[in-house]
Design a protein around this ligand. Structure first.
Ligand SMILES: Cc1cc2nc3c(=O)[nH]c(=O)nc-3n(C[C@H](O)[C@H](O)[C@H](O)COP(=O)(O)OP(=O)(O)OC[C@H]3O[C@@H](n4cnc5c(N)ncnc54)[C@H](O)[C@@H]3O)c2cc1C
Length: 340
């Protein structure tokens, strides 16, 4: 069966890998002209994340590319240290630059997947037996299923659930230095910045933000959360940030790889696969979503004081790191019958 995946970030290539192993023929259409290399460190934590990477055969590659990053230090504009987030709390079991991870997942799927770069879906028509797809550039095609893995501002979600908007958390976030991950941060009320990195509070709603004027090598997005009552409609569903996103700190990368295994496995099992996928992944993903904007860059001096006290307690309270670990592991992975 032919499956179209929109988006070649993290969830898209991971899902393509699993679909091929369950006997499907995946095609991935990515809006960017090539794989997007950017992003800073993302992490995997807990047995569910690691187990899916192991089953994919990429765990060793992920550990080989791991980065070891320092504590996140928060300073006044004068340079005085206010507080720090320990690396043991931030890094999970393994940290890797997002671009390196995207390439590993692409490599693990490329042999059995048709990748189309520089194109995107403009219309979908689901007639119950298949989905007719119109692209901006390529010819119309028909697929058995279409999966939106196209991130926080998903094009598939816009087409299928036009009334839905991600919940804006009141902050924006930009990264323009792909190389480093500078964790020496300067803060002021509602602002957090480091070389190549900026988070700021704003009341401008994401719909009014002129994303298209932002330089292409800058990753710029609102800090938002996707919480939908359902992510599926007919033969179309959403995965990763498109369906369960939470910009920064929401374990989006771990959720994406776990969801890719579950979605492909349930599709292979047949029947009402999307309903079973949502029943398993929905509660798990929602349990992992956080709201890092307010936490990292409070808008008031009192809020900053409270943040400093809270972060100051973390090294003495390892159970906080353990809570995230428990959330990340709060799913029993089903066993599916593989074809390859
Ligand atoms: C360049 C970049 C840098 C990032 N940096 C960080 C970071 O530093 N820290 C962090 O925690 N998270 C970062 N993220 C987000 C992180 O990758 C996701 O939260 C998470 O891994 C889930 O991945 P995803 O595949 O669902 O979404 P994403 O990784 O966002 O991938 C979505 C993909 O879909 C493509 N796309 C978008 N719209 C369309 C469309 N209409 N048609 C076809 N393709 C489309 C995008 O170009 C992108 O390649 C970054 C994402 C990107 C794209």
């Amino acid at each position: 069966m032919d499956v179209l995946i929109s988006g070649a970030g993290i969830a898209g290539p991971a899902l393509a890998h699993w679909l091929a192993r369950f006997g499907f023929s995946p095609t991935v259409v990515e809006r960017a002209p090539s794989l997007r290399p950017g992003g800073q460190a993302v992490d995997f934590r807990g047995e569910a994340h690691l187990s899916v990477l192991r089953r994919m055969g990429v765990l060793d590659a992920v550990f080989a590319a791991r980065v070891s990053l320092p504590d996140m230090v928060f300073r006044d504009p004068s340079g005085r240290e206010r507080c720090r987030l320990p690396t043991s709390y931030l890094g999970g079991d393994v940290e890797i630059l997002r671009g390196d991870l995207s390439k590993i997942l692409y490599d693990a799927s490329a042999d059995d997947t048709e990748y189309v770069f520089g194109d995107w879906i403009t219309a979908l028509h689901d007639d119950g037996a298949g989905v007719d797809v119109t692209f901006e550039h390529g010819p119309d095609r028909r697929f058995d299923f279409v999966i939106g893995a196209d991130g926080m501002r998903s094009g598939v979600r816009r087409l299928v659930f036009p009334e839905y908007r991600p919940k804006f958390q009141g902050y924006y976030f930009a990264i323009w230095d792909d190389e480093g991950d500078d964790r020496d941060l300067t803060c002021a009320p509602g602002v957090l910045t480091a070389p190549g990195w900026l988070m700021f509070k704003s009341s401008v709603p994401p719909e009014l933000m002129p994303y298209e004027v932002i330089a292409p090598d800058v990753y710029f997005d609102s800090i938002s959360q996707v919480r939908m009552p359902t992510v599926s409609s007919g033969r179309v569903t959403l995965i990763g940030d498109a369906g369960y996103g939470s910009t920064l700190g929401g374990m989006g990368t771990g959720i994406s790889v776990v969801s890719s295994y579950v979605l492909a496995g349930e599709m292979a099992a047949g029947g009402d696969a999307f309903a079973r996928y949502e029943a398993l992944i929905g509660p798990y993903a929602r349990g992992c979503q956080g709201s890092p904007g307010r936490m990292l860059a409070p808008a008031t001096r009192l809020g900053m004081w409270a943040r400093d006290r809270l972060f100051g307690m973390l090294p003495k309270a390892p159970m906080f790191a353990r809570i995230d670990m428990l959330r990340a592991s709060a799913i029993k992975l089903p066993e599916y019958v593989l074809v390859a």
